[in-house]
Design a protein around this ligand. Structure first.
Ligand code: FES
Ligand SMILES: [Fe+2]
Length: 371
């Protein structure tokens, strides 16, 4: 058995998985948290990679982040060095950025280029991944450029969000999300457009701590009492009956608040890890890239209505949205760090959940089924 990250170091992984199954099969009115060791164990994390992440759909970004031919954006996902590109014909690709020669990444960060050229020995790849140039390889027998393309990773675009499926065998995503479309259309999610990403770097909490924090509004009465509670009271939120692929939380606006009379804001968790919160006028996204048990790289993405971004007041609208969401996210960071710190000790119990935390119960059912 490999080492676990601090928590209850002697607990066998089978016992932790048994605890996950128990949380995932409890009736709603008896919902509990997962066992604390599920958030700190290396073995559990390794199983999550094999059974949840690689076979599932993981949101890696927005298609409108790379709108023009030649645009690219690098993505680091579960140890895979990828790049999202827009080729000359305007088609989006997600490809490996590991050079087929001797593995140097052929791109870093983001930008616009006619081709991707490896800085090491200048092998050059088209934006769709084909090797188009390899200097000084003429004297080599049986060197076939066609066999040296950068591998393509399966991807799907849905409402402008880009998802990848690393093992290439997942059921198509869009049909699984079809039942959520009416609610998303009501808030105008199809008109939301990306304008800003904030990179929060490596953060010391588990991906499940982040998903759980994002997907319940019970904590509006506590950690967001000064930012969200007045306009979006946690007590009024409710969770839709949904199929197994996702959970959807409705957040009705307060009748005496700034958003009175608008459609419910939404929280969407596309299992296991993708988080989207569309509301009338824009959306707030948390993109989670797991690094290990209790470690994630987090980006937040900000979207506004196409019409708002085209208006003369666009800069003010962007700033308002960014300031608001950043203040909320900073409150969440404090909570997530505190929770993860507690999970490392032996005194953390299995907790009981409120009816306001139903998306957690739904996530656990998914985990119990897949793990
Ligand atoms: S490693 Fe890329 S060209 Fe040599
Ligand atoms: Fe929060």
């Amino acid at each position: 058995m490999t080492a676990t990250m601090g928590h209850r170091g002697t607990e066998p992984v089978e016992t932790i998985i048994e605890g996950i199954r128990s949380a995932g099969t409890a009736p709603k009115s008896r919902a509990t948290t997962l066992p604390p060791a599920a958030y700190t164990s290396q073995e559990v994390y390794d199983l999550e990679v094999d059974r949840l992440f690689r076979p599932g759909w993981m949101m890696v970004g927005r298609a409108d982040r790379i709108p023009n031919p030649g645009d690219y954006q690098c993505v680091d996902l579960l140890g895979e060095s990828l790049v999202m590109t827009r080729d000359r014909d305007g088609e989006l690709h997600v490809i490996s950025r590991v050079c087929a020669h001797r593995w140097m990444p052929v791109a870093e960060g983001s930008g616009n280029a006619k081709a991707l050229q490896c800085p090491y020995h200048l092998w050059t790849y088209a934006l769709s991944g084909e090797l188009v140039g390899a200097p000084e390889m003429q004297q080599i027998d049986d060197f076939d450029k066609a066999l040296c393309s950068l591998p393509t990773v399966r991807h799907e675009e849905w409402l402008g969000y880009v998802f990848v499926n690393l093992d290439g065998a997942a059921e198509p995503l869009a049909p699984q999300l079809e039942p959520a479309m009416p609610a998303l259309t009501h808030v105008g999610a199809q008109d939301h457009q990306w304008f800003e990403t904030v990179d929060w770097g490596e953060c010391p909490w588990d991906w499940k701590v982040m998903v759980e924090n994002y997907m319940e509004c019970y904590h509006h009465i506590g950690s967001h009492r000064k930012t969200l509670q007045a306009d979006f009271p946690g007590e009024a939120t409710w969770t839709a009956e949904t199929p197994d692929a996702y959970s959807l939380m409705h957040i009705p606006a307060a009748q005496d608040g700034a958003f009175a009379g608008t459609e419910d804001a939404l929280l969407l968790n596309i299992f296991p890890i993708s988080l989207i919160s569309p509301m009338v006028g824009g959306a707030f996204i948390v993109r989670i890239f797991p690094l290990g048990p209790g470690r994630v790289h987090i980006f937040t993405d900000h979207l506004l209505d196409r019409s708002a971004l085209a208006s003369p007041d666009a800069e003010a609208a962007k700033k308002e949205m960014l300031d608001w969401i950043t203040a909320v996210h900073i409150e969440d960071i404090e909570i997530c760090s505190g929770v993860q710190r507690s999970l490392a000790g032996r005194l953390a119990p299995i907790g009981r959940l409120s009816h306001l935390e139903e998306p957690l119960w739904r996530l656990y059912r998914f985990l119990a089924d897949r793990m």
